[in-house]
Each structure stands twice: as structure tokens, then as C-alpha cells.
Design a protein around this ligand. Structure first.
Ligand code: ZN
Length: 496
């Protein structure tokens, strides 16, 4: 193997890259400053050489026989900041406003290489950094780290089209401040704490004892017909009062967040309104009301995530009546078009039976979020590469399932999952085609990644990362295929 200096001495000729362990697509320069990434086996490092390389911090190495030197910079937060300053394509940009976008939450910080392969095939923009506070807490990660992993991945793979960073499902002002302070380019406001779930079943008489309709709301909606493309919608007094009770606080909260953080335009971010984390589906009337009220009050948003009918459970296909889903999706998509934003589909992992419809009715303008499925593919890779380790983790997950269920809504039936000790090594991978087994692994990720031995060391985490590093190509190709299938179906619904 050649040394880094053999490579540097030949620049701008990069033919010696492979021999020096340099990722060819990572080679970038600004004038005399050259920066690239090198595979050191267990880990990658940045190398910076030439004028301006001091922006990176690390060990300075001088050539014993030439006048050259370079800085060997570890992939830490400080150097990620320097990288984003130096090469704009490694910093996130607002991409939600583009026609098509997809969130590919990467709980492990290693999935982007596979994702980038997908977004080289399709023109949708990726949100490579996307985590909720719940996910951060369950994995002991920080937004700094989530963003840094994405920046390093696009640098290594030479992905220059642009990617977004989503502070996903943020509920509290301090979380929004945190994401904005790091340069995240998308804020997903989760309004669920301000949505009332106790009025759905109330009779009209009960609703009236709760509250009465404000005059301006009554004037705006009652005795009117709203045309939404081929559909017409009308509010009865009862429906309007119910909707007002369910959503008015969520609208107020959204307006307050908009005014406090986003309306002055000082942060260049896209705003997503999420009303999906509720027990009952968002009706088209409710969706219209929320969009109309926010618009009237001056809020600019790129997407709304309604809760669709049926169930969008984590990591498995759609559960419910597809005919009804199609009917409602059509109106939801038309409402979004009327106000000039995109529909956002949450819990989009593996909803294969819905993707063509989503592509069709949104006319190719959508945002789809996935997260858990990327983790599941990582575990599928474990089952393939290290069956023994997988069996151990699987049994641990079973023991943690009851606790994990507190964080996620699933209808998993553990009795349907085959006993891993009766399966041969090749059959283990098949578990990832079975919904109950998928959900078991899906929701226990936090426990798996943070479980410790008596001596304080991680029980699985370090072994897993070592395996994923060695099996990087296996995982990247699994993701390429799996997320690629999501995109292929979404794109099959519309003419480009
Ligand atoms: Zn959601």
C-alpha cells in the first residue's frame, strides 16, 4: 500500500487514490487546499493538505523526504463544522420545498452510504439527518452527531445535490432552539400535546356545554361550500364545533412557534406541521380547517402530516381499508395543493401497498418519512453476517418487549414469531419478512443499543458497530434495494 504522501505528491492526478486507501469520490479541493477521506480499516479519517488545512484539527504529519505535510483529522464534531464551512455541499439545505423529498432517519449514523445510492437513482431530495427527541433519547445520541454523520457521508460519497436535516417531531420550544442552533433546515412541529382527543365521541349537546363557536369561526365556515378540485366540503355546526375544540389550541401553538422562531426568516428552514400522532384519523374537514386557519394567520409551511385512516404502524405495510385510504388521500392531496404545500406521510417505512397511490394523488409532490426500516435492515444484515449474535439479540429483545411497547403503538403478537433456536442460520434473515418479528426488533432498538454488562461496557453496541463496519457493503446494498423499492413504487404512480 502506498502512503498518503505518494498520493499527495501526485495531486491533482488522483490515480493513486485506491492504493493509498483514499475514497476517490471524497477528493475535493479549493485552490491549493485538498481534503479527502481515507479508510483506515476500523475507521475513516479526513486528510487535509495545502494552504488553509489548519481549519481542521488533528495530528500534523510531515513528509520525511519532501516539503509536504498534512493534517489527519478525526471525524469529530469540530472537524464536521470545519468541513461544512469549507464545502457547502456537506451542510444541510432546505429541501422539503422541492417537489419530492424523503426522510431516511438513520438511528445508527451509518445508513447514509446506502441511502445515497438510492438518491443517485431518483431525483427526490433526501433528508439524511432526521431524528425525533424520542429517538435521540433512546439511542443516547445528539443532534450534533446525527448531522455530523450525514455531512461525513455525503463528503465521502461525493453526493453534492443537497440534503436536508429534520428536527423531527419536536414538541418543545427548547428542542426547536436546539435544532435551529445547529443549522437544521427543517422543523417538524408535533402538535399532539395541543390536540384534544376527548371530544371525538361527544354528542352535539355535550360539545355545546364544553364551548361555543367563536363568531369569526362561524362566519368563516358555516353555510359555505369549499371547492377542493372535484370535491366539495361543507361544515355542519356540530362538526365545526368539534373541530374547533380538537384543533384550536394546536393552531394557536403553531402560530406562536412560527412567530417566535421562523417568521422573521433569520433561519432558512422548512416548516412541517405534524398532526399525525393522534388516536383518530384526521378527516379532510379537519385538515382543511387547520390549513386554512394557519394560512389566515400568516404561517408559511412546506408540509402537513395528517393522520391517515387505517393504521400506519412502524415498519410494516399499511393495515386497513385501501379503498377508503385512496378516497381520503385524494382529498388530502387536493387540500395540500389548494394551499400550496405538500403532503407529508409519516411512518412511511414499508407502506408498499400505499406508495403508488401516494405518488399518483400527490402528482409526484410528496414528503415521505422513514426511519425504523433503516434500523431493521441493519439488523437484517446482522442476521445474515453473524447469526449467533443475532440470536442473542433477538432473545434479549423478547425480554424487553413489554417495556418497549410503552414508546410505540404496535399490535405485535409474539406467539407468531418462530423460536430462533429452531431456525437454521439461513432462515434467520426470513424473520425480517414477518411483521411480528419486524416489530419486535423495530421497537426495542433503544434497549439493544444501550444495554450494558456488569462492568459497564456495552452488551451489544460495540460488537454491532464493528460488524456493521466490516459488513458495510452488505448493509449499503440492503438499503439500496429496500429504500429503492419504496421510491420505485412511489414513482410508479405519476409521470415525471
Ligand atoms: Zn409522525
Amino acid at each position: 500500500m502506498n502512503t498518503i504522501f505518494d498520493f499527495i505528491k501526485k495531486l491533482p492526478d488522483v490515480s493513486a487514490a485506491k492504493d493509498a486507501g483514499v475514497y476517490k469520490k471524497s477528493i475535493n479541493n479549493i485552490g491549493d487546499l485538498w481534503v479527502f477521506m481515507v479508510n483506515e480499516g476500523e475507521k475513516d479519517v479526513l486528510i487535509a493538505t495545502g494552504k488553509g488545512s489548519e481549519i481542521f484539527s488533528g495530528e500534523k504529519i510531515n513528509c520525511p523526504e519532501c516539503a509536504k505535510s498534512y493534517i489527519k483529522a478525526p471525524l469529530n464534531h469540530e472537524n464536521a463544522i470545519a468541513l461544512r464551512k469549507t464545502f457547502a455541499f456537506t451542510a444541510p439545505i432546505p429541501v422539503l420545498r422541492e417537489k419530492r423529498s424523503m426522510g431516511v432517519g438513520d438511528r445508527l449514523g451509518i445508513a447514509a452510504h446506502g441511502h445515497i445510492r438510492c438518491f443517485n437513482d431518483y431525483d427526490a431530495y433526501p433528508i439524511l439527518a432526521q431524528q425525533s427527541i424520542r429517538e435521540l433519547n433512546l439511542t443516547n445520541r445528539t443532534y450534533e452527531n446525527v448531522l455530523d454523520c450525514a455531512s461525513y457521508a455525503v463528503f465521502r460519497d461525493g453526493f453534492k445535490r443537497g440534503f436536508g436535516a429534520d428536527g423531527d417531531h419536536l414538541k418543545k420550544p427548547e428542542d426547536i432552539e436546539y435544532a435551529l442552533s445547529l443549522g437544521f433546515t427543517m422543523i417538524t412541529l408535533d402538535c399532539s400535546d395541543h390536540i384534544r382527543n376527548d371530544v371525538n365521541d361527544m354528542s352535539f349537546a355535550q360539545l355545546k356545554t364544553e364551548s361555543s363557536l367563536p363568531k369569526d369561526i362561524a362566519q368563516r365556515y358555516l353555510d359555505k361550500t369549499f371547492e377542493i378540485e372535484d370535491d366539495k366540503i361543507k361544515f355542519t355546526e356540530e362538526e365545526l364545533l368539534r373541530i374547533q375544540l380538537i384543533y384550536s389550541k394546536a393552531v394557536d401553538y403553531t402560530v406562536s412557534i412560527w412567530e417566535k422562531y421562523l417568521s422573521d426568516g433569520s433561519s432558512n428552514v422548512d416548516f412541517e406541521i405534524s398532526i399525525d400522532e393522534t388516536p383518530t384519523p384526521t378527516t379532510p374537514l379537519q385538515h382543511f380547517y387547520v390549513a386554512n386557519e394557519l394560512t389566515l394567520r400568516g404561517v408559511k409551511f412546506a408540509t402537513v402530516a395528517p393522520r391517515f385512516c387505517g393504521e400506519f404502524q412502524k415498519g410494516v405495510d399499511y393495515i386497513g381499508d385501501l379503498v377508503q385510504f385512496e378516497k381520503e388521500l385524494k382529498i388530502h392531496a387536493a387540500i395540500a395543493r389548494k394551499f400550496g404545500y405538500k403532503l407529508s406521510i409519516h411512518s412511511g417505512s414499508d407502506k408498499f401497498s400505499t406508495f403508488k397511490l401516494i405518488g399518483k394523488y400527490t402528482q409526484g409532490k410528496f414528503h415521505v418519512k422513514t426511519a425504523g426500516t433503516n434500523w431493521l435492515e441493519a439488523m437484517r444484515a446482522v442476521a445474515k453476517v453473524d447469526p449467533k449474535l443475532y440470536r442473542e439479540i433477538h432473545k434479549f429483545a423478547l425480554s424487553m418487549f413489554e417495556q418497549a411497547k410503552k414508546f410505540y403503538h404496535v399490535t405485535t403478537d409474539l406467539s407468531k414469531i418462530a423460536d430462533v433456536d429452531t431456525l437454521n442460520d439461513n432462515e434467520l434473515v426470513e424473520l425480517f419478512n414477518q411483521n411480528d418479528a419486524r416489530q419486535l426488533i423495530h421497537i426495542t432498538y433503544g434497549f439493544i443499543l444501550t444495554e450494558k454488562n456488569a462492568d459497564g461496557s456495552f452488551r451489544f453496541k460495540d460488537k454491532l458497530y464493528k460488524m456493521w463496519r466490516e459488513g458495510e457493503e452488505v448493509y449499503a446494498e440492503m438499503l439500496h434495494k429496500h429504500i429503492g423499492r419504496h421510491l420505485e413504487l412511489l414513482y410508479s404512480g405519476f409521470e415525471k
